[in-house]
Design a protein around this ligand. Structure first.
Ligand SMILES: Nc1ncnc2c1ncn2[C@@H]1O[C@H](COP(=O)(O)OP(=O)(O)OP(=O)(O)O)[C@@H](O)[C@H]1O
Ligand SMILES: Nc1nc2c(ncn2[C@@H]2O[C@H](COP(=O)(O)O)[C@@H](O)[C@H]2O)c(=O)[nH]1
Length: 199
């Protein structure tokens, strides 16, 4: 696929991926574009269909997967999630750096494609902090919270596996984590800025 190298964000639910990537997209709106995933989970208050996710039924999602419309898909905490080819192409057509926010199954599957992204692992400072963040976010039932915490334990181990991620950020203090993220992506950011000035 053409355009600048995409960036994959992964890490446990509640680690702060959305928080960090939204800051990045706000500061560099002409540099980054978000790959809007499909999901079968219900929208949270404030989430917008087509912006945060494409909210679909299981039947519609399975049909689209069977038709080969997805680069990757996974079941996370009982819901289906997936990155469509169209979502990535829509960002790349604008010559923006495509940001994907995906779980570790997605990372493993993207590794088998020719997307060639930069892999960024966002990790919480500890399980206790992660649990507090997820509880304070007030988006989960006790059941879905437990599923996410269980997945997080596996995810934190995955984050330590060698040769998977290019960048590891421990999101303890938000400003520090954001500074590290900008630093890690500075080369790509400057390349896209330069290209847009000369076009
Ligand atoms: N450094 C931080 N310090 C304190 N709170 C934070 C920090 N980063 C994020 N948060 C808060 O933690 C909660 C989880 O963050 P966020 O929703 O960005 O996580 P996520 O990794 O995108 O989760 P999910 O994978 O479930 O979408 C949010 O309420 C957010 O405001
Ligand atoms: N493999 C994929 N994982 C995805 C995708 N979109 C989001 N996600 C991951 O799901 C969990 C839960 O997200 P939430 O919005 O319900 O909290 C989180 O880890 C995301 O990174 C996708 O397209 N593919």
């Amino acid at each position: 696929m053409a355009g600048p190298r995409p960036v994959v964000f992964s890490g446990p639910s509640g680690a702060g991926k959305s928080t960090l990537l939204k800051k990045l997209m706000k500061e560099y709106d002409s540099v980054f574009g978000f790959s809007v995933s499909h999901t079968t989970r219900n929208p949270r208050p404030g989430e917008v269909n087509g912006k945060d996710y494409h909210y679909v039924t299981r039947e519609a999602m399975q049909k689209a997967i069977d038709k080969g419309e997805f680069i990757e898909s996974a079941v996370f905490s009982g819901n289906m999630y997936g990155t469509s080819k169209a979502a990535v192409q829509a960002v790349q057509a604008k010559n923006l750096i495509c940001i994907l926010d995906i779980d570790m199954q997605g990372v493993r599957n993207i590794k088998k494609t020719d997307l060639n992204p930069i892999y960024v692992s966002i990790q919480p400072p500890s399980m206790a902090v992660l649990e507090k963040r997820l509880r304070d976010r007030k988006t989960e039932t006790e059941e879905s919270l437990q599923k996410r915490l269980h997945a997080a334990q596996v995810d934190m181990e995955f984050g330590k596996e060698p040769d998977i991620f290019d960048v590891l950020i421990i999101n303890d203090h938000l400003d520090e984590a954001y500074g590290q993220l900008k630093e890690a992506l500075s080369e790509e950011i400057n390349m896209v800025k330069k290209a847009s000035l000369s076009s």
